[in-house]
Design a protein around this ligand. Sequence first.
Ligand SMILES: [Zn+2]
Length: 45
Amino acid sequence: MEYTCDHCEHPTASIHPVTLYKTEGEQDELLCDECYAEWLESTKG
Ligand SMILES: [Zn+2]
């Protein structure tokens, strides 16, 4: 099964659901390994 990353729009075999908190409100996104790693880093501040 293949997914598409909501961030970089590349196809990926493993996907990570995350909730982004923006000024407009919460937004659910599916991220590939790379984008998920970046998102994890960004949450650490
Ligand atoms: Zn991605």
